[in-house]
Design a protein around this ligand. Structure first.
Ligand code: SF4
Length: 227
C-alpha cells in the first residue's frame, strides 16, 4: 500500500470511518442505475486512476461512528445504499458498516477498485468491482484472486478510455469466461470515448456484456460533486 496516500487515516479513532460525504441521489451505474440511492462516500484511496472523478475524496473526510453513519443513512428512508469512495476497503470498519446496513434491511452495494480482497465482504452485499484497464494507470494492481471470491450476482466493471482498453477488456472477459460467470459492465470515460464509439466496438466484438453510461453525469453537471 502507498503509505502517503493512506496518511489521512493516521489518527482516526479506531472503530470509526473517515467519511467524505453522505447524500441521496440517482444511482448512475450498474444494473441498479436509475434508482434513488443513498451514497456513503468514504475518504481516502490508495489508487490514482488517471481519469478519477472523485479526487476530492482522497484527503477530505470526517471521522464518524458507525451508529452516526447508519442513523443518517436510515433517515433518508431509501432502501438502496451504496458504499463508495475513495476506496472503501482501505478502511476495515467498512465491513461491519455494510453488514449492519444489510441487517437493517437495506440493499447494500459496494463500489471497489479491485485492488483489495473482497472475500471478507458480507455475502448479502452486491459488489461492483473494477478491473482496471491499462489507460487507468492502475492495471498492475488488479487483484485477480478476487475473481474466485465474487458471487454470480456481483458485477465487474471495465472503464474504457481508449480502444486499447477495450481490446484488453475483451481479452480478459474471454480469458476468464466473465460473460458467463458475472454481470459485466463496460463504461466509457466521460469525454474520452463517446458512447457511440464504445457501442460500435462492443457490437463488433460479439461480446454479450452491458454498455453503461454514467447516468448521473447526464442528469447533473458532470463536474458537480455529491451527485
Ligand atoms: S479507485 Fe476509484 S477513487 Fe481511487 S483513484 Fe481510481 S477511480 Fe478514483
Amino acid at each position: 500500500m502507498h503509505a502517503q496516500r493512506l496518511a489521512p487515516l493516521v489518527g482516526k479513532p479506531p472503530g470509526q470511518l473517515l467519511i467524505h460525504e453522505i447524500y441521496r441521489s440517482i444511482q448512475g451505474e450498474s444494473t441498479f442505475a436509475g434508482l434513488p440511492c443513498v451514497f456513503v462516500r468514504l475518504a481516502v484511496c490508495d489508487s490514482r486512476c488517471v481519469w478519477c472523478d472523485t479526487p476530492h475524496a482522497f484527503t477530505q473526510g470526517t471521522a464518524r461512528t458507525l451508529d452516526d453513519i447508519i442513523g443518517q443513512v436510515l433517515d433518508f428512508r431509501t432502501p438502496l445504499v451504496e458504499i463508495t469512495g475513495g476506496e472503501p476497503l482501505v478502511q476495515p470498519e467498512s465491513l461491519p458498516l455494510m453488514a449492519r446496513l444489510a441487517d437493517a434491511g437495506l440493499t447494500v452495494l459496494l463500489e471497489t477498485s479491485g485492488a483489495h480482497a473482497v472475500r471478507p465482504v458480507d455475502r448479502r452485499v452486491h459488489i461492483i468491482m473494477d478491473l482496471k484497464c491499462p489507460d487507468s494507470g492502475e492495471c498492475a494492481n488488479n487483484r485477480w484472486e478476487n475473481l474466485a471470491d465474487l458471487k454470480p450476482t456481483d458485477q465487474i466493471k471495465f472503464v474504457i478510455a481508449s480502444e486499447t482498453d477495450f481490446r484488453w477488456a475483451e481479452q480478459v472477459i474471454r480469458g476468464h469466461d466473465l460473460e458467463r460467470r458475472f454481470v459485466v459492465l463496460v463504461s466509457p470515460v466521460f469525454g474520452a470515448v463517446t458512447p457511440r464509439q464504445l457501442a460500435e466496438w462492443l457490437l463488433a466484438s460479439g461480446l454479450q456484456v452491458r454498455l453503461q453510461l454514467q447516468l448521473h453525469k447526464f442528469i447533473w453537471d458532470p463536474e458537480a460533486r455529491g451527485v
